[in-house]
Each structure stands twice: as C-alpha cells, then as structure tokens.
Design a protein around this ligand. Structure first.
Ligand SMILES: NC(=O)c1ccc[n+]([C@@H]2O[C@H](COP(=O)([O-])OP(=O)(O)OC[C@H]3O[C@@H](n4cnc5c(N)ncnc54)[C@H](O)[C@@H]3O)[C@@H](O)[C@H]2O)c1
Length: 242
C-alpha cells in the first residue's frame, strides 16, 4: 500500500470531479491535503469529510490572489506535492469561437499552471524534493474538432511539463502529466448521448473512466514508486489514445 503519511499536497480544482477524487485518494493514503477551488460551500464540505483539511477559495486566474494565497499557505505548510488539476472547456468551432472562449481556456488551463507552480517552486528547490503533477488530456495529444482552445491549452501543459522536468530534475523534483480520456464528471455530463456513444466506440476497454481512475494514477506518481519517473505523460484513457 502507498503511504503518504507526513506529506503535504495541494490540489487545485478540488471541489468536485477529478480534483475531489484526487484529494480524497491522497488523503486516504495519509497526506495532508490543501484544497483549492472557487466554490466555498463544496470545499467546506470536502474539507470536513477529509478531517478538517485546510481549504482556500481561489480563482487560479487571479495572479495577485494566487501569490497572496500561496504565501499564506506556505507560512503554515511545507508543500511536497502539487497537483495542477483545475480546468475548463468552452467548446466551439474556430470560426464561431469568441475571444473570451479562447482567453478563458488558455488563462485557466495553461497560464495559471505557470503562476501556481512558480509559487511552490522556490521551497521545493531549496528542499531538493517535490512532486508536480499536471492534469492534461488526451485531447492535447490527439486534437478534437470544436476544442482547438482546449487542445492547445492541454498540449501546452505537456510542453511545460517536459521543460520543467528538465530544468529541475537535478534538484530531485519530478514533473509529470496525466492525460485522462473520457471521464464521467460535470465537465462531460452535458455531452449528447450520441457523442458519448461515439466516444465509447473509440475506447478499447469499452467503458468511460471514473475520477478514481485518474486519482489512482496521481497517487502512483506522487509516491516513492515513481521516484525515477519524470517528464512523462501518463495516458489514462482505457486505450482511447495510444
Ligand atoms: N472529465 C474528463 O473527461 C476530462 C478528460 C481529460 C482531462 N480532464 C481534465 O481534468 C481536470 C478536472 O476536470 P473535471 O472533469 O473534474 O472537471 P469539473 O468541471 O468537474 O471540475 C473542474 C474543477 O476545476 C475548478 N476550476 C475551474 N476553473 C477554476 C479557476 N479559475 N480557479 C479555481 N478552480 C477552478 C472547478 O471549480 C472544479 O473544481 C481538468 O483540468 C480537465 O481539463 C477531464
């Protein structure tokens, strides 16, 4: 069994879906988990469920607030594991895509990862240990019509992950990405039955993924079992992308 007792993790977008499952999984393994998301009510509920986990209401696209909150967090806690999970979709074909659909997706999914990761890096570098796990998507690897904004943001995360892994590997900090396939969450619940059926046909394991499938991969990458893995993109998609 993986034991993360004594470790402290931060999970962004922890209020629901994949982020919530990741927070629960890391907490079950013994880590102290600091929860970040925008919805205070949900965060509060999850924090109580996990035994009074610290939580912070934060919009990760608000750079000044990110600095402020992470400063506050690091006064109190020493971060071992950062999971950059928060993300959004604003799907549209490019011809119809509005400026705010381009900008909000790139700001939330990609730019925020630079600013959030920078906040924890100094201390990790000093400590010469750390785990950074970025949630990308198979869409960043394979593209998808109607998701050029989302695919670009997720492909950007992969470039970021590999570059940072090279930059800081010598300090014993690993940086990896996980590429989920089709996972049942609020993000995918509004897809039409027809789209879901078509997607299911492309999955060799013939089922959609669960948030727990992704949380299991995060747990592995956060653990000592993955100490020689960095710069990788772990595809957790039931074979949807290979
Ligand atoms: N569901 C899927 O099929 C799937 C597939 C591949 C990748 N992903 C990725 O997994 C991650 C989680 O997705 P999910 O399916 O759980 O989605 P979700 O919509 O259920 O949850 C997203 C979480 O991110 C948070 N969030 C969004 N914008 C934020 C902001 N500006 N500041 C702070 N928090 C913010 C939300 O509050 C929420 O907690 C995302 O990065 C998503 O792109 C999901």
């Amino acid at each position: 069994m993986i034991d993360l007792t004594g470790k402290t993790a931060i999970v962004t977008g922890a209020s629901r879906g994949i982020g919530k499952a990741i927070a629960e999984k890391l907490s079950e393994a013994g880590a102290k988990v600091i929860l970040i998301a925008r919805n205070e009510e949900r965060l509060k509920e999850l924090a109580a469920k996990l035994g009074n986990s610290p939580y912070f209401t934060l919009d990760i696209t608000d750079r000044e607030k990110v600095k402020e909150v992470f400063k506050e967090i690091q006064k109190q806690y020493d971060i071992d594991i950062l999971v950059n999970n928060a993300g959004i979709t604003r799907d549209n074909i490019l011809m119809m895509m509005k400026d705010n659909e381009i900008e909000s997706v790139i700001d939330t999914n990609l730019k925020s990862i630079f600013y959030v990761t920078k906040q924890v890096l100094r201390k990790m570098l000093k400590k010469r240990s750390g785990r950074i796990i970025n949630i990308t998507s198979v869409i960043g690897l394979m593209g998808n019509p109607g998701q050029s904004n989302y695919a670009a943001s997720k492909a950007g995360i992969i470039g970021f992950t590999k570059s940072l892994a090279k930059e800081i590997g010598s300090r014993n900090i690993t940086v990896n990405a996980i590429a989920p396939g089709f996972i049942e969450t609020d993000m995918t619940k509004d897809l039409s039955e027809e789209t879901k059926k078509a997607m299911l046909e492309t999955i060799p394991l013939k089922r959609t993924g669960t948030p727990e499938d992704i949380a299991n991969a995060v747990l592995f990458l956060a653990s000592d079992l993955a100490s020689y893995i960095t710069g990788t993109v772990l595809n957790v998609s039931g074979g949807m992308y290979m």
